[in-house]
Ligand binder design. Sequence first.
Ligand SMILES: Cc1cc2nc3c(=O)[nH]c(=O)nc-3n(C[C@H](O)[C@H](O)[C@H](O)COP(=O)(O)OP(=O)(O)OC[C@H]3O[C@@H](n4cnc5c(N)ncnc54)[C@H](O)[C@@H]3O)c2cc1C
Length: 610
Amino acid sequence: MASAVSLAGLEKSYDYVIVGGGTAGCVLANRLTEDKDVRVLLLEAGGDKTTDPLVLTPGLVPAVYGKDEYDWNFQSVPQSTLNNRIINQARGKMLGGSSALNFMMLVYPSKASIDAWAAVGNPSWNYEALKPYLKKFATVDVPSASTKDICALTYNNDTVAYGDGPVQVSFGEGYGVTNKGWFDTFASLDLLSKTDARDGQALGAFQNANSIDPATKTRSFSAVTYLTAEVRARENLKILTNTHVNKVLFDTTGSEPVATGVEINVNGTVSQVSANLEVILSAGALQSPQILELSGVGGKEILAQHDIPVVIENPAVGEGMQDHPIVCQSFEVNEGTPSGDVLRDPAVVQALLDMYTADRSGPMGQLTISVAYTPLVNKTGVVSDECVQELFAGRDFSNPARAAVRDIVANPNEPTFQYILFPTQVHIADKPENMATHLIPVEPENFLTIMTILNSPFSRGSVHIQSSDPKALPVWDPKFNDDELDMELLARGVQFVENLVAPDTAMGKLLNQTGRRLPQLKGDDLETAKEIVRQRQISVFHVSGSCAMRPRDEGGVVNERLQVYGAKKLRVVDASIFPVEPAGNIQAVVYSVAERAANLIKEDRKAGKV
Ligand SMILES: Cc1cc2nc3c(=O)[nH]c(=O)nc-3n(C[C@H](O)[C@H](O)[C@H](O)COP(=O)(O)OP(=O)(O)OC[C@H]3O[C@@H](n4cnc5c(N)ncnc54)[C@H](O)[C@@H]3O)c2cc1C
């Protein structure tokens, strides 16, 4: 039974109650309170770390992983296609959510991967509809002349910033010979991007920017950019941190359940807050479905297992989970080739921190990752249309979502793969304690890592409660490569890596060709490439799709206005609504979806539709 508690300044009711002050939640809190007539409560389970150097200093990100005050630290169930390894999934547990501990890469989605959202039953959500919001959330600074030169940004004629939003994005200054080797290698394979990937169509190597503020060289994330001092001072916004939302409360007396508020737990004291207009779940792709199930919205078997009365039966809650699989192959470098593995020496870390503290210079304030998009490739390069069709022959694509993914992979102008040049070794463990396990250099040699990411996977995983205790993490089963096409595609992507590291390429010349590889395997034949996937695939931390925006009878949880089917006054706004995983790193799409959702919510209120 909930008791009434006195929480400083907390009123009994607000117009909107936002659950989760993460990437999307902070956007909503800002945009909805632009309207002085509405009162908004933002509830976040974690604390406010917006002045914490471990969060703000780009180079210190590994220090927050696995720590309870920053990271929910999910572990998957063992993955049968990955030698039964457990996959770790960091998730931000603080104001700003996962934008406060992500890798800060700012990559924009490909047009077709967003148009696929319309193709699976959401005609009002295509690339054109999202485009204005892709420019609304961030301001991308102009790259310097040297960055343009090293990173082959020749198509990029920027003289002014791209976009005009709150998140501050920059290219940095630290690019060097390894980045040049990357671009020269892709150029020699005729795979250098000639167009700006930010505009939805690009193939080949390109330089992404990062969500690092160029003025301060600090992480620019949703809690500092959308919840500025000025926004926090708004009288119509109340932010409550260290507040765990247990469930959504419903009035079930009418024809349709109406969300009336939420139950919260603050330091063990349980209480209730009402929402006059709406409850909006923004707890992320692993926890928005958890809260729905705890509230009685989900599959009836799962709810029955935990003695939760059914309010709305919808077995699609927590299903449809998507993520980008990423295969990490590390290559020993030649002496003299720069590698981040030198950070194994605490004296080097201290020297770099001293530089950063003195004048914000040096690697602690930068990221030097470079990327590339390619169509379906294998060891011979770009795969012919006939080979693509052969791969699909005899398989069932009657499900519109599978057909939409097939159409992207079959399109020679779309990026089936994203490749990443990562400046350190990556360590894969059978049961990693947390995300830092992958990043701490345990091998004595210095390495670079090439990562192969499948942009449009066919497999679908799940996340479901394992207890009626709101504090117990739900069970995450990504079911990586459950659809065997993903393994077929990924292995071909891994085969292609041999073209990048061959001795005669610019990249290959930076590597010790007789040195170590992690794993010690050469992936040029398909079977060995599959073994590399089994040993070295993890998650890119792009979980999405677990409360998908789709027609209800096709696995949907929310409609095109992001309202939960079967309920009144309840929406979901975060990565869980993505019906199809976009290409590239997904924070740009999370921010843009939240920006668009804020407009939909405002429109509905003005039209008297809530
Ligand atoms: C390690 C890592 C690296 C990544 N790197 C990149 C990258 O380089 N580039 C990129 O584009 N993307 C990256 N991503 C992905 C991107 O950051 C996420 O997809 C995005 O931030 C998710 O936003 P969201 O709003 O859906 O969820 P989140 O930002 O995770 O927000 C959810 C919020 O809800 C809160 N919450 C959860 N449950 C409750 C509850 N019961 N009560 C109250 N509050 C609750 C959480 O604490 C959290 O603050 C990365 C992600 C991770 C984890």
